[in-house]
Design a protein around this ligand. Structure first.
Ligand SMILES: Nc1nc2c(ncn2[C@@H]2O[C@H](COP(=O)(O)OP(=O)(O)OP(=O)(O)O)[C@@H](O)[C@H]2O)c(=O)[nH]1
Ligand SMILES: [Mg+2]
Length: 456
């Protein structure tokens, strides 16, 4: 059972009716004796029992539980560790795992020289969310939404203003409405082809649903954009080590993203290796080595003038030997129009597959979200040279060109798996099409913001 289910089970993530039942009470009774000492003599309100009670009564959210256990704790140290352990045990995390988490976090605090809770509270919540499989927690989703929303603010402003004008200027649906809509999309970096295709989809949707007026098309638009981002199902099981190949043009964030993904995998308890198949620049190898260290991953590099394909080949051997769960292969940035460099990617891909059947299991194309229409040509040419299974959209914290993600996803039917929201290790989040559509189209934003700031 995942920790998340445990959380739900104990703290009542289920329906209120469920919790009112005698069965839930019986479960609650059972866990009480398992709770550890929260730091004798230091716990507020008269000790562990009171703390337990308050946790049970709190809203079932990580941030709410953290607020309770960190009450009266200002700095890292014994009391903090005891409280953290207390929370983990209260969430039914097995003792060994809970202690490992606390020990590792304590080690990290020492390395980072963090003392005061404010310095590391968000990192703590992030790590706990990952370890407890709480990715979907409302707080976390809202924080992500706000960041994406900021990045897309410019596109949204233009797009929303034009959409407002479009919808208020047309009552009944007519040819002119659809023509104007096409223009609005083209202006939002969606490109000509995609804009036409999206309008076509909306026309069909309107016909299908018997919509005759302009206003309800807005809702249909949000649904269509969400549908564009719906990832097709695929087999995710792999023969270990899982090999992930990272490709893309220069400077889009491949190396940084590997660092972030490696860190994520490490927090999920995986053994990770990173390989430097970017052998063009000594600095590139060094940069990757530093990311590997930060993420706590093993590192493999070849000699200075090694061929990228040879490094990739040896890296698989090394990863198998080390018993790694996942191997990330970094490649040098290359313009998609440089044929010889693109052929090198084909070679890397072939070599990986020869050494380890099925590898690379995932080829990720990194796209800088501030790029315009060029992203379409990047996707096409990288797909032809190295195959592409999924996209990662970086720099969404910048002034992103929001429409391009729709264009790429729609044209090539590729899922976007993660978004990069900054330069730090933790600035990577799973992509949510619904959040993206809402951030881009400006709908429901107010509601979400109200929720994000604690309102109900
Ligand atoms: N703001 C922001 N910056 C990012 C993000 N991802 C990467 N960067 C920055 O973008 C720059 C390039 O990142 P790299 O990871 O070196 O890019 P790369 O694709 O490996 O580059 P090459 O190996 O030279 O092709 C660095 O300054 C990163 O800090 C992101 O999501 N947001
Ligand atoms: Mg790089």
């Amino acid at each position: 059972m995942g920790f998340f289910s445990a959380v739900k089970r104990i703290f009542g993530g289920g329906t209120p009716a469920d919790e009112a039942g005698g069965e839930a009470e019986a479960r609650r009774e059972k866990i009480a004796p398992a709770l550890p000492d929260a730091g004798k003599g230091n716990a507020p309100d008269g000790g562990d029992a009171a703390l337990t009670l308050r946790l049970r009564e709190a809203e079932p959210r990580l941030s709410a539980w953290l607020a309770i256990i960190l009450e009266g704790v200002d700095t890292a140290g014994e009391l903090f560790n005891a409280r953290l352990l207390f929370l983990l045990r209260a969430l039914d995390v097995p003792g060994g795992e809970a202690r490992t988490f606390v020990r590792e976090f304590d080690g990290w605090l020492a390395r980072m020289e963090y003392r005061r809770i404010e310095e590391f509270r968000s990192e703590l919540q992030y790590r706990l969310a990952l370890a407890l499989d709480l990715e979907d927690e409302e707080d976390e989703r809202n924080r992500l939404f706000l960041k994406i929303s900021e990045g897309l603010a410019r596109t949204r402003e233009h797009l929303a203003r034009r959409l407002d004008a479009l919808f208020s200027g047309h009552g009944e649906l007519d040819e002119k409405f659809w023509e104007n809509m096409e223009e609005v999309f083209i202006m939002a970096d969606m490109g000509y082809e995609t804009s036409l295709a999206l309008v076509d989809r909306l026309r069909s949707a309107a016909r299908r649903e018997g919509i005759t007026r302009a206003a309800p098309v807005r809702d249909a638009l949000r649904r269509e954009v969400e549908a564009v981002f719906a990832a097709p199902r695929r087999i995710t099981a792999v023969n270990l080590p899982e090999v992930v190949l990272m490709v893309g043009v220069n400077g889009v964030g491949k190396t940084t993203t590997i660092g972030k993904l490696a860190y994520r995998a490490r927090l999920q308890g995986k053994k990770v290796m990173i390989a430097a198949a970017d052998t063009f620049r000594a600095a590139a190898v060094e940069q990757l080595r530093i990311w590997a260290e930060r993420a706590g991953a093993l590192f493999h590099a070849g000699p200075a003038d090694a061929e990228p394909a040879a490094v990739a080949y040896e890296a698989v051997e090394a990863a198998v030997r080390a018993g790694a769960d996942v191997l990330f292969v970094d490649t040098a940035g290359r313009l998609q129009t440089k044929t010889n460099l693109m052929e090198e990617l084909t070679k890397i891909r072939q070599v990986l597959g020869k050494k380890h059947p099925g590898a690379p299991h995932r080829t990720m194309l990194v796209i800088d979200a501030t790029t315009g229409q060029n992203a379409l040509s990047q996707t096409k040419l990288f797909r032809d040279a190295s195959g592409v299974d999924e996209l990662i959209l970086t720099k969404l914290d910048g002034t992103a060109k929001g429409g391009i993600a729709i264009a790429v996803a729609m044209e090539y039917s590729l899922p976007i798996s993660f978004v990069g929201l900054g330069e730090k290790l933790e600035d990577l989040r799973p992509f949510s099409g619904a959040d993206y559509a809402a951030a881009l189209l400006g709908e429901e934003q107010e509601q979400r913001e109200i929720k994000a700031f604690g309102g109900r």
